[in-house]
Design a protein around this ligand. Structure first.
Ligand code: AMP
Ligand code: TRP
Length: 327
C-alpha cells in the first residue's frame, strides 16, 4: 500500500467547502492508501491565536473528521506537537532553506501584501516546518489544495538537496492537488470560493451551523435570471454550485440531476439541495456530539502519536547522524 500524508491547520471552523473538497477525499483515500493525517497545531501559532480557541478548534476538528468517517483503525491520526521530531526536523529544514526561496512563497507574499503588521517569523519559515512534517514519513503522495502546492514543491527541493548533500534519506513526495470540480463557491457570491475567513455568514455553511439555518442559506443562494437548470459554471455559477453540492452529498451525478430538472425551476432545486444539506448536517452533528461525549478522542490521539513517533523517531535519528548532530 502506498503511503499518503496530509496536515490540517486548526485555525477556524470547518465549512461545507472543506467537507466536499478535502474531508470527503480523505475518507475515500483511507481505503486505498496507508494514511497519516495530523493536526498541524504548531502551524496554527504562526498567526496569534488564543490558547482556548486553539484547543477548541483542535477538538472540533478531530471530532468532525471522525464523524465524517475517518477511521482511526485505518488512518494514523495525531497532533503534530505530540511528535517532537516535527520541530526537530523543522529546524534542520529551516537551515536548509534559502532566505530568498522562502521569500518567493506566494502565500507569504500575499499575506505580507494584505496585512502589514503582526507578520511573524514563523509565518515566513513555516514552509520549512511543513517540509519536515512530510519528509519524516516518506509518503509517496501529499493531497493539498492549490495554494499549498508550492510548499510541496519546496519540500521536494529540500529533500533532493538533503539527499544530494548527505546521501539518500528522503522519499521525494508528489503533491495531489484537489480536483477543480470539487470546489464549492460562496452562496452569495458564487464566483468566489466558500471560505471561513472571507465569505459573509450568509454565503458560507459552517459544518456546525444549525441545519435549519443552513437550509435557509441554500434557499437564499444567489442564482441568475436564465431560469433553466444547467451545469454551466461560467454563465450560471450559482446554479452550478448548487448542483455540485447536491451531487456531492447525494452521490447522484450532475448529469442525472440536470436531466431530472428539465422544465423545472430554481425553487425546486434549492428545496432539494437545502434538504440534502439539512439532512447531511443533522447526521454529521449527531455523530460529532456522540464522539465528543464518548471522550475517545484523547485515546485515539495517543495511539496515533505512538504509531507516528515510531516512524518519525527513526527518521530523525538517521538525520541527526547524517548531519553530525549526534556523536
Ligand atoms: P482551508 O480551510 O482553506 O485551509 O482549506 C483546507 C482544505 O479544504 C483544502 O485542502 C481545500 O482543498 C479544502 N477547501 C477549503 N475550502 C474549499 C471550498 N470552498 N471548496 C472546496 N474545497 C475547499
Ligand atoms: N500548511 C498546510 C495548510 O495551511 C497544513 C500543513 C502543514 C500540511 N503541514 C502539512 C499539509 C504537511 C500537508 C502536509 O493548510
Amino acid at each position: 500500500m502506498k503511503r499518503m500524508l496530509s496536515g490540517i491547520k486548526p485555525t477556524g471552523r470547518l465549512t461545507l467547502g472543506n467537507y466536499i473538497g478535502a474531508i470527503r477525499e480523505f475518507v475515500k483515500y483511507q481505503d486505498e492508501y496507508e494514511m497519516f493525517i495530523f493536526i498541524a497545531n504548531q502551524h496554527a501559532l504562526t498567526i496569534p491565536i488564543k490558547a482556548a480557541e486553539l484547543r477548541r478548534n483542535t477538538k472540533d476538528l478531530i471530532a468532525i473528521y471522525l464523524a465524517a468517517g475517518l477511521d482511526p483503525k485505518k488512518v494514523t491520526l495525531f497532533l503534530q506537537s505530540d511528535v517532537p521530531a516535527h520541530a526537530q526536523l523543522g529546524w534542520i529544514m529551516t537551515c536548509l532553506s534559502g532566505y530568498g526561496e522562502l521569500q518567493r512563497m506566494t502565500q507569504f507574499k500575499d499575506k505580507m501584501a494584505k496585512q502589514e503588521t503582526g507578520i511573524t517569523a514563523g509565518l515566513f519559515t513555516y514552509p520549512s516546518l511543513m517540509a519536515a512534517d512530510i519528509l519524516l514519513y516518506d509518503p509517496e503522495y501529499v493531497p493539498v489544495c492549490q495554494d499549498q502546492q508550492q510548499h510541496v514543491e519546496l519540500t521536494r527541493d529540500l529533500a533532493e538537496r538533503f539527499n544530494k548533500r548527505y546521501s539518500d534519506t528522503f522519499t521525494i513526495p508528489e503533491p495531489l492537488v484537489t480536483k477543480v470540480g470539487a470546489k464549492i463557491y460562496d452562496l452569495q457570491n458564487p464566483t468566489k470560493k466558500m471560505s471561513k475567513s472571507e465569505s459573509s455568514p450568509k454565503g458560507v455553511i459552517d459544518l456546525l451551523d444549525d441545519p435549519k439555518s443552513a437550509r435557509n442559506k441554500i434557499k437564499g443562494a444567489v442564482t441568475d435570471s436564465l431560469g433553466h437548470v444547467a451545469f454551466d459554471p461560467e454563465n450560471q455559477p450559482g446554479v452550478s454550485n448548487l448542483l455540485t453540492i447536491l451531487s456531492a452529498l447525494s452521490g447522484e451525478s450532475i448529469d442525472s440531476i440536470v436531466a431530472r430538472y428539465e422544465g423545472k425551476g430554481y425553487g425546486d432545486l434549492k428545496e432539494e439541495t437545502g434538504q440534502a444539506v439539512h439532512d447531511f448536517l443533522t447526521a454529521l452533528q449527531a455523530k460529532y456530539k456522540e464522539i465528543l461525549a464518548e471522550g475517545k478522542v484523547d485515546a485515539i490521539l495517543k495511539e496515533g502519536a505512538e504509531r507516528a513517533s515510531r516512524i518519525a523517531n527513526k527518521k530523525i535519528s538517521k538525520v541527526y547522524r547524517k548531519v553530525g548532530l549526534s556523536l
